[in-house]
Structure formats: C-alpha cells, structure tokens
Design a protein around this ligand. Structure first.
Ligand SMILES: [Ca+2]
Ligand SMILES: [Ca+2]
Ligand SMILES: [Cu+2]
Length: 202
C-alpha cells in the first residue's frame, strides 16, 4: 500500500514559479502546493491517494469552491511526460480574459485519466464531464470526497507523474453555472468547466 498526497494552496496571484523538484516521488508520502488557475479564487485543500494494488482510495478535501454546485474533479496527465499544472502565462493563449480555460490549460494539464465521480464510471469517458455525478460543494463551499475504486494499472504505477484538477466557478455569482459555453464544446458552461485548482501528486 502506498499513499500519495496533493495539497492545494492557491495563492491570490497565479504567477508562481514551477517547482519541479517537488515532483520527485521517491518517498511514499509527499505533498505539493498547487498554483491558482483563477486569481479571484482561493481554493485550498488536499488530496490523499492510497493505493492497494490497482485499488485507489481517493480522499479529497477542499474549500473556497463555489457553494452548492457540482465540481468536476479528475486526475489529469500523460504518463511518462513531465507535464505539470498550467502556468499563469497560458491564461491569454486562446481567449484573452485572464482565465485559464480548459483548452488553454490542456497542453500542460494533459488528458483526463481518472474521474472522481460520486457514482458510476470513474474513467475518462462521459463521466468526466457529467455534472450529475460530480461532487457537490456544501453551502460553505467545501468538498469532502472519498471513494474507493479500481484504476488502470498504467496509472496506478505512475500516479506521481499526474495531477489533480478541480473545476467549476460561478464567475458572475448568479444562477449557478450559466453564461457562455466552455472551451471543450461539449455543451457545458465555461463556469462549470473552468479549472480552479491544480495540484501535482507527489
Ligand atoms: Ca483565457
Ligand atoms: Ca453563474
Ligand atoms: Cu479536468
């Protein structure tokens, strides 16, 4: 059994230097600070990922999230690549709005590997973008998520090369997730899709 952790400590400004040395995962328990993907948010929390063979127990606590709304959560990344959470400089790559939308973050984030859903599929298929099975924040904007499920061996062996991403921000503070569609073109609003926390697993 091994335990890996990812700590979210999102600062008010997103311009944090990359800290590649935090990613060397030679001891069973390490943690890393994440970098903000939306400067107006202050999402903090941590993920504890415990593996027994290919059975993962994921425990994620987070606060500072948009209250009473579902927050898509996934493990992202490309096994074997040194991809990392997106830096602040990508915010204006595609749409110059100061936000890192999903398409802008994808080159760094890499693909979705595993979905932290509350029921049903945990793979990278439709479950990954299903707001109906995403963890829902409390009225205080917190999430306390625990689920045990099997993951593909290729990810179990290389979790420390991947990262945890949380999505969803009620940017205009009205009507839950509304407004323009997100960058993935899958019919969910930008507000639901936008990454709000990214943390390397160490
Ligand atoms: Ca942008
Ligand atoms: Ca809204
Ligand atoms: Cu994601």
């Amino acid at each position: 059994m091994s335990v890996l952790t990812a700590a979210f400590a999102l600062a008010a400004t997103p311009a944090l230097a990359r800290n590649a040395s935090n990613r060397a995962a030679t001891s069973p328990v390490q943690s890393a600070a994440a970098r903000s993907t939306y400067s107006a948010l202050n999402v903090t929390g941590s993920a504890s990922l415990t593996l027994s063979g290919n059975i993962l127990t994921a425990h994620v606590t987070a606060s500072g999230l948009s209250p009473s709304l579902p927050h898509l959560m996934q493990i992202h990344g490309t096994v074997g690549a040194q991809n990392d959470c997106p830096g602040a400089s990508v915010a204006d790559d595609r749409v110059n709005d100061g936000l890192i939308d999903t398409a802008e973050g994808l080159p760094a984030d890499g693909p979705i590997d595993i979905t932290f859903s509350t029921s049903g599929s945990t793979d990278a298929g439709p479950a990954a973008l299903n707001l109906g099975t995403a963890p829902v924040a409390t009225a205080a904007g917190t999430i306390n998520y625990t689920r045990t499920f099997q993951i593909p061996g290729k990810f179990a062996a290389r979790l420390s090369e991947l990262h945890v991403v949380i999505h969803g921000a009620d940017l205009n503070g009205i009507n839950g997730y509304d407004g323009v569609d997100g960058s993935l073109g899958v019919g969910i609003p930008l507000e639901a899709e936008i990454p709000v926390s990214c943390s390397a697993i160490n």
